[in-house]
Ligand binder design. Structure first.
Ligand code: IMP
Length: 197
């Protein structure tokens, strides 16, 4: 059975290929399936955006599809940057976006934050499933570390003993991250379903 990944991100494509192939799927990127589609993320939640992306590809491909949407929510900023994490305040670079958050939190007592990932999996039949992963932590006082990407240099996970995600080995994210948690839910679903077949 074919599964199309509704993304152009090479890291994501590799990750989902590794998850689905052991379950007997022939995994293709959107490009490999011949679909060139830039879906506008007009949803107001991670869930809505993940569904928009997966459904648009499903409507063209009519086979199983997977997509996801992630971001950082900072409590003192009313959940911002949230779904706008990749384009927060129109700032060009990841460094600028991180600095915008640090500056907004100057003097704030509450620095709590969380990463969220929502995965949308549409089965060949069109049945939709959503899997959400949440990773709680705090925003650091300053950037540190060079591992990872995005907001990793300013995010201190609850399990991290005061160090930013970017200061820790990549294996740490593989165990605890929002994405790892959502992926585990998805894999548990696939394993349970395979057990029923
Ligand atoms: P995406 O939906 O997975 O492409 O993530 C959107 C944006 O959220 C990224 O461009 C990052 O700014 C931020 N983000 C998502 N996941 C992470 C992460 O694991 N670490 C740091 N930033 C992240």
């Amino acid at each position: 059975m074919e599964l199309v990944i509704a993304s152009g991100n090479k890291g994501k494509i590799r990750e989902y290929r590794d998850i689905f192939e052991p379950f007997g799927f022939r995994v293709l990127s959107q490009n490999e399936k011949g679909i060139s589609l830039e879906v506008e993320e007009t949803g107001t939640t991670f869930e809505e955006n993940a569904v928009l992306k997966a459904q648009a590809v499903y409507d063209l491909a009519h086979c199983a599809v997977i997509s996801d949407d992630s971001g950082l929510e900072v409590a003192a900023l009313g959940g911002e940057p949230g779904i706008y994490s990749a384009r927060y305040r129109g700032l060009e670079t990841e460094h600028e976006r991180r600095m915008a958050i640090l500056e907004s939190l100057e003097g704030a007592a509450d620095r709590s934050a969380r990463f969220v990932t929502c995965i949308c999996y549409i089965e060949e039949s069109g049945e939709r499933h959503l899997f959400t992963g949440i990773w709680n932590g705090q925003i650091a006082m300053e950037e540190s570390g060079t591992n990872g990407f995005g907001y990793d240099p300013i995010f201190i996970a609850d399990e991290a003993e005061g160090r930013t995600t970017a200061s820790l080995p990549i294996t740490f994210k593989e165990t605890y991250s929002h994405r790892a948690r959502a992926v585990r839910e998805l894999m548990a679903y696939l394993a349970a379903r395979q057990g029923k077949e």
